[in-house]
Design a protein around this ligand. Structure first.
Ligand SMILES: [Zn+2]
Length: 188
């Protein structure tokens, strides 16, 4: 089945995948999102049509998303809300997975909540090093809400706008306690 042009041309990020969890189609909004938020053409050659869908998902969340995708492939309509913040905006998106009658699944990401980010602190490089770089030399950033973990060992996570936007090489993926409990309660 060919996906209608109308569906693929909307603002929502849409992709279609098949039963091998291969990305088979992406829309213009997906391309634009990739270019604006990621590394542009490099991202598309790696994560565009033809790639393995789960590669796009941070490793610790793959079991969770693999389960969602497989349920959709077996005919279930799935809705899942997730956070994806920009430096200034608190944003929640809804992922809808809709099985198509040819066995493939269409995934649509629509913006549900978009408000200014509150509770954010901005810091200079020295303050970031002191407060957030851990003993390993890395900064742990929640892959859901993009808060970064305090280096003190206490379970405190803060929004630091500079680090939400940056491609700081010290950033490593983690999952804060709030997001873990809220979004992935079944994750061991
Ligand atoms: Zn989080």
């Amino acid at each position: 089945m060919q996906i209608s042009e109308d569906i693929l041309n909307v603002d929502n990020v849409i992709y279609v995948f098949d039963d091998r969890l291969t990305l088979v189609e992406i829309n213009d909004a997906y391309r634009k999102f990739a270019e604006a938020n990621l590394v542009g053409s490099q991202f598309l050659s790696k994560f565009g049509a033809g790639c393995e869908l789960l590669q796009v998902i941070p490793a610790p969340l793959r079991p969770f998303y693999a389960d969602l995708y497989r349920r959709a492939l077996s005919g279930e309509v799935i809705e899942h809300d997730y956070q994806c913040h920009s430096p200034e905006r608190y944003r929640i998106f809804r992922l809808r997975l809709i099985p198509l009658d040819d066995g493939r699944v269409i995934a649509e990401n629509s913006l549900r909540v978009d408000t200014p980010l509150s509770g954010a602190v901005d810091l200079d490089e020295a303050a970031i090093s002191t407060a957030y770089v851990g003993a390993s030399g890395l900064i742990t950033q929640c892959m859901c809400c993009r808060k970064v973990k305090a280096a003190t060992g206490a379970d405190r996570w803060d929004w630091v706008p500079m680090l939400i936007a940056s491609r700081d090489e010290r950033l490593s993926h983690g999952l804060c306690r709030v997001c873990l409990e809220l979004y992935y309660p079944d994750t061991p």
